[in-house]
Design a protein around this ligand. Structure first.
Ligand SMILES: NC(=O)c1ccc[n+]([C@@H]2O[C@H](COP(=O)([O-])OP(=O)(O)OC[C@H]3O[C@@H](n4cnc5c(N)ncnc54)[C@H](O)[C@@H]3O)[C@@H](O)[C@H]2O)c1
Length: 250
């Protein structure tokens, strides 16, 4: 059982029905937080019940979603200390094969919704003391062909993190991000059948394995905790060393 760094605190985690979001919510609960789990999927209610927490079925893309989420968290727990923008979708293609609807869906869900939700929830965070953690991707930090709109959105999330750290730092709100590499979740399950993906993205990982959702939850908890009290504007790769050393295994 990890040290309880979040006793008495309230966290919102978007995209928390499963995968990385579920693991982040689980970690916060293990460390004493109360959590509002938000997701499009109705399964989020079961995930929340399992964790003894509250849930909200909500599409983060919908206009006003951030205020709806904030009001649900305040009604359930009376305060909001931490926002984790984790909800996201894959399904990206090379640009030549991306129609307008796909580009719009990927940018809106993975980037624009993060800006809008954060704009609406951040006024409810304590000043000083609020914390925001965004979920970017290694695909947003280095080029990987065939994932263009997704990668551009995730690069936007990384830059948004730096921008907002500057804007909210004077209010005592820290803003950081994780950039996961290959993590085994429902989002990536189909990729494992793709030989190009396995050869280019999985085999070069220096730690010689794919990540688990809990591998991301630990760094998110660190960034949200007082252990990172002087850390803001950082985009932390959680990738088994892929970005650092993917070109050379002896
Ligand atoms: N799995 C990986 O290898 C990997 C790598 C880098 C980044 N990421 C990012 O991590 C985050 C979590 O991904 P995951 O792998 O757990 O995927 P996942 O598909 O297992 O989980 C994503 C969750 O977000 C929810 N969601 C999607 N769109 C939503 C919306 N509009 N409103 C509310 N909820 C919505 C889904 O219903 C789902 O429960 C995503 O932002 C993803 O881009 C994942």
């Amino acid at each position: 059982m990890p040290e309880k760094r979040f006793t008495g605190q309230v966290a919102i985690v978007t995209g928390a029905a499963r995968g990385i979001g579920e693991a982040i919510a689980t970690r916060f609960v293990a460390e004493g937080a109360k959590v509002l789990l938000v997701d499009l999927l109705r399964d989020v209610a079961d995930t929340a019940t399992r964790l003894g927490q509250k849930s909200l079925v909500c599409d983060v893309v919908a206009r006003g979603a951030g205020e709806t989420i904030a009001q649900a968290a305040l009604a359930a727990f009376g305060r909001i200390d931490i926002l984790v923008n984790n909800a996201g979708i894959g399904g990206s293609k090379r640009l030549a094969d991306s129609d307008d609807a796909l580009i719009e869906r990927l940018i809106d869900t993975n980037l624009s919704a993060v800006l809008r939700v954060t704009r609406e929830i951040s006024p409810h965070l304590p000043r000083p003391g609020g914390r925001i953690v965004n979920v970017s991707s290694t695909f947003g930090l280095a080029g990987y062909p065939g994932t263009t709109a997704y990668a551009v959105a995730k690069a936007g999330v990384a830059q948004f993190t730096r921008q907002l750290a500057g804007e909210l730092g004077p209010d005592g709100i820290r803003v950081n991000a994780v950039a996961p590499g290959v993590i085994q979740t429902p989002m990536t399950i189909a990729h494992r059948e793709n030989p190009f993906y396995m050869r280019v993205v999985v085999e070069p990982i220096p730690l010689e394995r794919m990540g688990e959702p809990a591998d991301v939850a630990g760094p998110v908890a660190f960034l949200a905790s007082d252990d990172a009290a002087f850390v803001t504007g950082v985009v932390l790769p959680v990738d088994g060393g892929y970005l650092a050393a993917r070109h050379g295994k002896l």
